[in-house]
Design a protein around this ligand. Structure first.
Ligand code: NAP
Length: 299
């Protein structure tokens, strides 16, 4: 299959491009600015630069690539940045999704849209695919509006929602919960970690595999793809400290209310993944196994 992956310089995009190319698909990776992937090492993959907020650029990209499937992973994905610059967030998360839907519709491509647990209120997670949505911040609102855009504009679509993704940082990608805790404790820095939120953290390679299965099995509809274990961020941090024999006394257990972040966070999210298990045969690793895979063979 020919697959266009947006956000390919980002955490998920880099793994997806690698995994889809290694599975034998032709992959057109697209991102902002220069390519941060080792694209030359991936047979059947090429990089095409595009700013997804430019409608004309999106049309040229999609019509030039003529993909069977578009995996739309690019986003303004940091809730605080979205809260502080709602206009940029709307352009990136909602309007750009509309441009990709328009092109997908014109060219008959399937769309796999990557979404988030932040479309839920966090009042009563973990959530199933058909639970009622209710975002508590602008990032969540924008991702929910993009989901609606996909559903309304396209016949052939899948939406993959995921939660608190962790994994090795490839070139130029942001830190995540595991790398943040490990790096700080290794440096002897004290950290405050929230203990009144719950999540089902997702190992990046599981997420990439789940998306690949949706594409290869030609599935559609909404899928919750995350880990299976429910943790508070503090519980995750404890596991990281235990795994790497780091000093737990540097960690302070706090409530989310002590942070004065611009964007409110949903308290209890996380996913019930029974649909993905039944339909896709999706089987995520434990958090401990995810850490093992991240650092296997690494000092
Ligand atoms: N990471 C998580 O825990 C998590 C949880 C739930 C859902 N998600 C969703 O998963 C998807 C992938 O997230 P991620 O963690 O891989 O995020 P990421 O590392 O921030 O990747 C997003 C990518 O989108 C690109 N992008 C942003 N604006 C763009 C523009 N105007 N034109 C072209 N590219 C643009 C960014 O480019 P630059 O690199 O140049 O900034 C970045 O490479 C997102 O849709 C996110 O909402 C992530």
């Amino acid at each position: 299959m020919k697959i266009l992956v947006t956000g390919s310089n980002g955490l998920l995009g880099q793994y997806l491009v690698r995994d889809l190319a290694l599975a034998g698909h032709i992959v057109v990776a697209t991102g902002r600015g220069t390519c941060r992937l080792q694209i030359g090492e991936l047979p059947g993959a090429l990089y095409s630069e595009a700013d997804i907020t430019d409608e004309q650029a999106v049309w040229q990209l999609v019509s030039g690539a003529a993909p069977d499937v578009i995996v739309h992973a690019a986003a303004m994905a940091q809730p605080d940045a979205c809260e502080l610059d709602k206009e940029a967030c709307y352009k990136t998360n909602v309007e750009a999704t509309r441009y990709f839907c328009k092109a997908a519709s014109a060219l008959g491509a399937k769309m796999v849209y990557i979404s988030t647990d932040f479309i839920f209120s966090g009042d009563n997670g973990p959530y199933k695919e058909d639970d009622i949505t209710g975002p508590v911040n602008y990032y969540g609102q924008s991702k929910l509006e993009a989901e609606e855009t996909v559903k309304n504009m396209l016949k052939d679509w899948a939406i993959v929602r995921t939660v608190l993704v962790y994994g090795n940082i490839l070139a130029g990608t942001r830190s995540n919960m595991v790398t943040w805790v490990k790096e700080n404790l290794e440096k002897g820095n004290s950290i405050k970690v929230v203990n009144d939120q719950i999540r089902t953290p997702t190992y990046i390679e599981d997420l990439s595999e789940g998306i690949k299965r949706i594409i290869e099995k030609n599935e559609s509809g909404i899928y919750h793809i995350s880990g299976k274990e429910v943790f508070t961020p503090y519980e995750m941090a404890l596991q990281v400290a235990d795994y790497f024999h780091l000093n737990k006394n540097l960690m302070e257990k706090v409530d989310a209310s002590v942070f004065t972040q611009p964007a409110k966070r949903p308290l209890k999210t996380g996913f019930i993944i029974e649909k993905a298990e039944a339909v896709l045969g999706y089987s995520p690793v434990s958090f401990k196994e995810g850490m093992k895979r991240m650092f296997e063979g690494k000092p």
